[in-house]
Ligand binder design. Structure first.
Ligand SMILES: [Zn+2]
Length: 221
């Protein structure tokens, strides 16, 4: 596929993912989020500083070192480039990264509480383990980025982290998968908080992960 076609395809996927997040109702009041997709080499496509009403042509091409190669970024987005590229560097299989302030997931981030995997969608959409918390550091700072890298090293199979006192960072093979996981995580966080009022959420049985793997394999075959 040509360079331009890859860019166009990834840009369309990011716009669709952004719209899906608004449709699912997982955005905070401010509508703040940033989304990115991996291009070839050490380059990504990144939202320019807004996601509401995003159009494919507005996405910027940014090098892993933060240099804007095409398009323009608001300063707010320049700050978050390192947060995204840290994930791409740490996880070669990741094709898209999404950051949101989804309210219930952010409640866990503010409380410094890891989010357990105790709902079916989380188990199925790529997060069959708790979402760990990355210690706070100013957005885009070395402290914050180093914290993300350290947690990803310690938790090699997690597809999401909570950013303490900030929000949620989710990643997946493509933008649609990452967006699905944002929704699954936000739903789970909401359910955890609701369940706390009626006695508390309960863990899956120990063999749940294996049972889901077998069920998914049966559907795929
Ligand atoms: Zn943020």
């Amino acid at each position: 596929m040509s360079d331009t076609r890859v860019r166009d395809e990834r840009a369309d996927q990011l716009v669709e993912a952004a719209e899906a997040l608004f449709t699912a109702g997982v955005m905070s009041h401010s509508g703040h989020a940033n989304l990115s997709a991996r291009l070839d080499g050490e380059r990504i496509l990144l939202t320019p500083g807004h996601v509401r009403g995003l159009r494919p042509g507005q996405l910027a091409t940014v090098a892993f070192d933060g240099q804007v190669l095409e398009g323009t970024l608001r300063s707010v987005s320049a700050e978050i480039t390192a947060m995204h590229t840290a994930v791409y560097r740490a996880r070669p299989g990741v094709g898209a990264v999404i950051h949101t302030h989804s309210p219930s997931a952010t409640a866990f981030a503010v409380a410094h509480r890891p989010l357990p995997c105790r709902t079916e969608p989380m188990l199925r959409f790529g997060q069959a383990e708790e979402v760990p918390v990355v210690p706070w550091g100013p957005r885009g700072s070395d402290v914050s980025v180093r914290g993300i890298v350290e947690v990803l090293e310690r938790r090699p199979t997690t597809s999401a982290v909570l950013l303490a006192n900030h929000g949620l960072l989710v990643f997946g093979p493509d933008a649609a998968a990452a967006a699905h996981l944002v929704v699954a995580i936000e739903e789970s966080a909401e359910a955890e908080i609701a369940a706390a009022a009626i006695g508390g959420a309960v863990d899956f049985p120990p063999d749940a992960r294996e049972a889901v793997r077998v069920a998914l394999a049966r559907v795929a075959s």
